[in-house]
Design a protein around this ligand. Structure first.
Ligand code: AHR
Length: 493
């Protein structure tokens, strides 16, 4: 089968906001305890942080790491998590039915993020708490005033403010599973008042309001409209969350799920623009896709996990090659919508539905999905160009026309390189792909990496950490062969 991709320098989508390669660490399962923090580990630093994990994360240059949740944030008492560790309470954590020892808290995490060369994207609790506590935590983190919470930070050993710039107004407040779940209007009013107090405390911050927890929520659309009508002048972004899965085992259909992400983004952008018009506002609300990934493998195992443990092995999905292809397509969708999506967080980063896994006290290993994320984070910075794809399509599930080839193209003004991220969704056939570059200063292929395996269900593990790993492959500036079910990163100069 043949296909063609044309990339024209004149057809620019947007300058990419690097923050679309952000990620997420929640106090959930072994993300923190046993993941980033393992004081008994042979690589632990002076604060108990695993340096093997830190090193890998530093290499990704992740712009933002969302914290401390997720569902966890809706019961979060930030004051429990700062200052003298010996005085911190152990709490029943009602989002994941675990015990939170508060050995790692806000004080430590902001230092971990600094060591990871990243920045914290902090969420406030609008589930069991409200605007006052949201303002207090902004003061603790960011204020230089001679006042109670800024002085509390100083007394805890931090003279300089943490300088946290991006804040989430709660998490998935539309979901009945959320601690302190709210109707759209209840949430919108609380978020609006929290936003005012938070920005009065630190006018330099930016705020993300909760949108829908996924495209299929019964309140989707109406939720966004209500939140935007109430909060428009006080917020900067609205969030989107969506996880994708293949519980029925229909790989062809699963590989097309990035088309749902396209639709989700376009619909929410349309709602933002509708409310902008309604309000006759000059301001655009941008999109923060601050939870996305594949998540379904661990669902059954999680039902059997005993409650009230510290760091139980929750949400430990082991990802297949098929999942990596989906993550490659989802990343392409984010890049191709970089005119509207300014922040996106791969959820999550370590051990919990994560690209990076650890054995507590033992080795670290990388999942299949690590690779498309790594290549996009590394080479997807610059200007997104429209990749015009001419290929056959197939029908699967409810979708009539899923293109066999999925692609995004990024030109870096800094390096002069054009990088193509391509997925061949065809399960059995190779594709002979011709490439046409228009107005681009590129004449040769610098690097071509391919991620594939004969078995779509192949996975990595601590024993076989490189069972599915990228390989070097051939390509020329005008053609490349794409093996069946394969992911490609091609750099041209
Ligand atoms: O990332 C796991 C969970 O998924 C988060 O806590 C929640 O926000 C979402 O439902």
């Amino acid at each position: 089968m043949k296909a063609k991709i044309t990339v024209n320098m004149a057809n620019q989508i947007s300058s990419i906001d690097d923050r679309i390669y952000s990620s997420f660490i929640e106090h959930l399962g072994r993300a923190v305890y046993g993941g980033i923090y393992d004081p008994g580990h042979e690589t632990a630093d002076d604060m108990g942080f695993r340096q093997d994990v830190l090193h890998t994360i530093r290499e990704l240059a992740i712009p933002l790491i969302r914290y401390p949740g997720g569902n966890f944030v809706s019961g979060y008492r930030w004051e429990d998590t700062v200052g003298d560790k010996s005085k911190r309470p152990r709490r029943m954590e009602l989002a994941w039915f675990s015990v939170e020892p508060n050995e790692v808290g806000l004080d430590e995490f902001q230092e971990w993020a600094r060591r990871a060369n990243s920045h914290v994207m902090m969420a406030v609790n609008l589930g069991t708490r409200g605007p006052a506590e949201a303002g207090n935590v902004v003061e603790y983190c960011n204020s230089t005033t001679d006042t109670y919470y800024a002085n509390m930070r100083r007394a805890n050993g931090f003279e300089a403010p943490f300088g946290i710039h991006t804040w989430c107004l709660g998490n998935e407040m539309d979901g009945p599973w959320q601690i302190g779940h709210k109707t759209a209007l209840e949430y919108a009013r609380t978020a609006c008042e929290a936003a005012k107090i938070m920005k009065w405390t630190d006018p330099s911050i930016e705020l993300v309001a909760c949108g829908s927890s996924n495209l299929h929520m019964p309140t989707f659309g109406q939720w966004e409209e209500t939140v935007l009508r109430e909060c428009y002048d006080h917020i900067d972004y609205i969030s989107l969350h969506n996880y994708y899965g293949n519980p029925s085992g229909d790989t062809a259909e699963f590989l097309g799920c990035s088309l749902d992400m396209d639709r989700f983004i376009e619909t929410v952008a349309g709602i933002c623009d509708k409310i902008k018009k309604e309000k006759n506002s000059e301001k655009d609300i941008q999109l923060s896709f601050d939870e996305w990934n594949v998540w379904f493998h661990s669902n059954e195992a999680d039902q059997k996990i005993e409650k009230w443990q510290v760091a139980p092995p929750l949400l430990e999905d082991v990802y297949t090659l098929e999942d990596a292809l989906v993550v490659g397509c989802l990343l392409n969708t984010l890049i191709n919508h970089s005119d509207r999506v300014k922040i996106a967080c791969l959820a999550q980063l370590v051990n919990v539905i994560a690209p990076i896994m650890t054995v507590t006290g033992g080795p670290m290993w990388l999942q299949t999905i690590f690779y498309p994320y790594m290549y996009a984070a590394r080479y997807g910075r610059g200007t997104a160009l429209q990749a015009e794809v001419d290929c056959e399509t197939y029908a699967a599930g409810e979708k009539k026309a899923i293109p066999y080839v999925d692609c995004s193209a990024v030109f870096s003004e800094e390096t002069g390189q054009l990088t193509l991220f391509i997925v061949n969704r065809h399960l059995t056939d190779s594709l002979e792909l011709s490439l046409e570059m228009k107005g681009l200063p590129v004449s040769r292929v610098l690097e071509h990496k391919v991620l594939t395996h004969a078995d779509l269900k192949a996975v990595n593990s601590p024993e076989h950490p490189e069972h599915v790993a990228p390989q070097d492959a051939e390509a020329s500036v005008d053609s490349v062969t794409l093996q069946p079910h394969s992911y490609h990163m091609i750099r041209l100069v």
